[in-house]
Design a protein around this ligand. Sequence first.
Ligand SMILES: C[S@@+](CC[C@H](N)C(=O)[O-])C[C@H]1O[C@@H](n2cnc3c(N)ncnc32)[C@H](O)[C@@H]1O
Length: 201
Amino acid sequence: MISAVSVAYSRRAQEYIDLFGTMSAVHPSDRQLVATWAGGIDGQVIDAGCGPGQWTNFLAGLGLAARGVDQVPEFIERARHEYPHLRFDVGTLESLDCGTGTLGGVLSWYSLIHHEPDTIRVPLAEFHRALAPGGTLLVGFFEGPVVEQFDHAVIPAYRWPVEALNTQLQAVGFEVVESHVRKTAGQRPQAALVARRVDRR
Ligand SMILES: C[S@@+](CC[C@H](N)C(=O)[O-])C[C@H]1O[C@@H](n2cnc3c(N)ncnc32)[C@H](O)[C@@H]1O
């Protein structure tokens, strides 16, 4: 079934590509944060909810075996066109096309912002399944004092307190090892968590 989020992004795909589809639209501190995380990755990486693929290409440029997945065909078509040397698949965050314990890293850069709070554990558990022991997930999201919905240009999204997302991550077997919050005047507060897959014995 095609989700409402997918339909909404399909409708505005070109607009999104024009505004956010290249690394020049990225805040320098986010670029640095992702590059630092990438430097500690051993193994393949999936850019989960890759949009037009700019982060996938960035990760590949750092020497990682990176591929992208997104539910929006227009984004995947664009990513394949722009970065023909890389692999991009239409797919969902809830069911990644990879074996259990096979990834060194998962990047989820603002791709969980539209998930209802009571469904967010489904993709988080899927990322956990896909990661090898010690593998890490980097999640970028909008930060706020309580979990609440807000009007996003494409379709409503959620802001999360760091602690609340931390709780969701722990519930599926992650340990949060880094937490970053950025508050820039005139912008929504933004945050990123690095979470490591914990091996339960
Ligand atoms: C705000 S955009 C971010 C795109 C990209 N990561 C970037 O930084 O430009 C959110 C993306 O997540 C994707 N997405 C959201 N939920 C998804 C799901 N359940 N399965 C696959 N993709 C999803 C959307 O299609 C959209 O491309």
